[in-house]
Design a protein around this ligand. Structure first.
Ligand code: GLC
Length: 619
């Protein structure tokens, strides 16, 4: 047997010694009995050090094998057979891209189909399958949908967020998938940005504190069957664009970039985040997807990040601002240091361009090897070579009672009480009128990235609406009536709850450069309730602060509920005082729309300052 072996980071001699030791320890079989041992070639031996397995495997890979490993395509664009023919390293589900029927079992069947095709190739390298499970396994019908990060930040409970990561990982793993494009560690500095709700808060410490979710997602070690690879995203400065323009330009000094936007990634790397996703945005006019200094020099060398750097969806295409990707954009992004490319469509063309760039010497083989080493290391660490298929014993965890209880706890802890003249907590003995477009709408309370990319109004997922929660928690003694527009309200009620706010959106579709005011429907509902003379609580269901300064004096109480997800009863727990409100703002609440961007320490007079939140008086 030839000991012709290269192990990254090890000299040939050291690798040989390592291998000899492995042979002596009986954890590697000599070629003579290769036919008998499933642990031959070496890289298939699970008892060998990952470095050694990576080196052996890379030695056996062709350039086409290596280039294929660096490409991730959308499930809707390639069948398992096509993915295997292209030697694709990864598949993803974009927001809302689900098998039919959309059940956990059919997700597992889909995943296993890609793995069967991948492991049937000569080298049998399994794929790694990515998905945005950004507030639970939100693409899967029946999964637990947790509050979005804007609420989790207000809860100030990183340990709970770690538990949410673990629960999410278990539900993702139950469907076979192994890579979660979360957490977003964006530091949203301008709340007009459509992705503000994906941010834990306006200060770097808000995201850094909640990088605990990475430990929840990845477990004590990646090869646990309930662990998935986490993704710190979007590197770097996505939340700092001028005007909150999604995919816009972050025009700040390097000092401010390092002070505000880099710390959460430093913390994520310290916690062992397996991947980092590059931001669509630019820094002082330079596209992040072509930014060699920030990707290679800062992230890989200075922060010593050894995991996978992944592009965003068609992120390479946007480097030149034109539709589609070009050979030059491929060259730029690979040499900048991106390892794996999210190329939802046209993977074959990307492969052709990258192959040409290597053949012409524009992209050095060392760059291809660095990317492959990173990708294969994570696949070995995840145990994908040993356990490529779904562990279906995990399926009952999807949407489990235990996970929904955790989500309800998170909803309760994320509620921020901003005003209360004594109408709260509600009495369980009274007559309560509930109104508002977001009172009984699962889709609106879940927000974007729920079943579909943009999310949608209506009964999109199973769970408990805020109205259903009020009925549940209020119990038999509370008489609860509901009308979305508040028709039928009269002075006979003890209190009213009006649930207003935003409808679902994601990314650029949520940018609101001109106004954060309540919409006409909410204004009309509120006017009707106010005219009744019944004391009322306003609950805002929204991805961010809203411009309510003018209306606030006429309200008896105000609770920011953010985007609570499937367990609306968590809001009712606080409204009735079963749980005291403890949430604190992680976003400075503007007194006037013209103040945006407004952040702690900028000297602007806010309506509610960063860190503000009331609770109930001791009874
Ligand atoms: C999106 C988002 C990113 C997501 C990716 C895959 O455009 O920017 O957060 O992970 O595409 O869905």
């Amino acid at each position: 047997m030839s000991l012709r072996l290269r192990v990254p980071g090890l000299s040939r001699k050291a690798a040989t010694v390592l291998l000899a030791g492995a042979l002596a320890a009986g954890i590697a079989a000599p070629a003579a009995s290769a036919a008998e041992s499933s642990w031959w070639p070496l890289y298939k031996n699970p008892y060998l050090p990952v470095q050694l397995r990576v080196g052996d495997l890379m030695d056996r890979m062709s350039l086409d094998d290596k280039i294929g490993q660096m490409i991730q395509s959308e499930r809707g664009a390639v069948t398992p057979q096509q993915a295997a023919e292209l030697r694709l390293g990864s598949i993803l589900s974009g927001g809302g891209s689900a098998p039919t029927p959309n059940t956990p079992e059919s997700w597992a069947n889909m995943y296993d189909g890609y793995q069967r095709a991948a492991t049937a190739t000569p080298l049998g390298i399994p794929i790694i399958y990515g998905v945005d499970a950004v507030h639970g396994h939100n693409n899967v019908y029946g999964a637990t949908v947790f509050p979005h990060n804007v609420g989790l930040g207000a809860a100030h409970d990183p340990r709970m967020v770690e538990r949410i990561g673990a629960a999410t990982a278990k539900e993702v793993a139950a469907t076979g998938l192994d890579w979660n494009f979360a957490p977003c560690l964006c530091v949203a500095r301008d709340d007009r940005w459509g992705r503000t709700y994906e941010s834990f808060g306006e200060l770097p410490g808000d995201a850094s504190a909640n990088t605990t979710v990475i430990n929840g997602l990845q477990g004590r070690s990646l090869n646990q069957r309930t662990s998935v690879l986490a993704t710190a995203k979007h590197y770097v400065g996505d939340g700092g664009t001028t005007g909150g323009d999604d995919q816009g330009n972050t025009e700040i000094s390097e000092q401010e970039l390092r002070r505000v936007h880099l710390p959460p990634f430093r913390e994520a790397v310290r916690r062992g985040a397996g991947s980092v996703m590059i931001s669509y945005s630019s820094w002082n006019g330079a596209k992040m997807h072509a930014h060699r200094y920030l990707i290679t020099d800062v992230l890989k060398k200075e922060l010593r990040f050894s995991g996978i750097v992944v592009s965003d969806w068609e992120g390479v295409d946007k480097i030149d601002g034109q539709q589609g990707f070009t050979p030059e954009e491929v060259r730029q992004s690979v040499t900048a240091g991106i390892d794996l490319f999210m190329v939802p469509q046209n993977a074959a063309t990307f492969i052709k361009y990258l192959r040409a760039a290597v053949d012409s010497g524009q992209v050095p083989m060392s760059r291809i090897d660095d990317a492959n080493r990173r990708i294969l290391t994570k696949k070995f660490e995840l145990g994908l070579f040993e356990r490529p298929y779904t562990d279906r014993s995990l399926l009952p965890s999807v949407g489990s009672t235990e996970h929904r209880a955790l989500a309800r706890e998170a909803v309760g802890k994320s509620q921020v009480l901003l005003k209360n003249d004594g109408v709260l907590p509600l009495k369980k003995s009274g007559r309560i009128f509930v109104a508002g477009k977001n009172a009984d709408d699962m889709g609106n309370q879940a927000g974007g990235w729920t079943i579909s990319w943009q999310g949608a109004s209506g009964p999109t997922i199973p769970g408990t609406t805020i109205l259903e929660g009020i009925r549940q928690v209020g119990g038999a003694s509370a008489k609860v009536d509901y009308d979305r527009e508040a028709d039928g309200i009269d002075g006979g009620y003890d209190a009213a709850v009006v649930v207003v706010g935003e409808k679902p959106y994601a990314e650029m579709f949520g940018d609101r450069p001109d106004s954060l005011a309540l919409d006409a429907e909410d204004q009309a509902t509120l006017a009707k309730v106010k005219a009744s003379g019944v004391p009322f609580v306003v609950v805002t269901v929204s991805g961010r602060q809203l411009d309510i300064t003018k209306e606030l004096p006429g309200w008896n109480a105000l609770v920011a509920a953010w985007l609570p997800g499937s367990e609306g009863a968590g809001v009712a727990d606080v409204l009735f005082g079963d749980r005291k409100p403890t949430g604190k703002l992680t976003f400075t609440w503007a007194a006037d729309f013209g103040q945006h961007p407004i952040n702690a320490g900028d000297g602007k007079k806010a309506l509610f300052p960063y860190g503000f939140g009331l609770t109930y008086p001791r009874r």
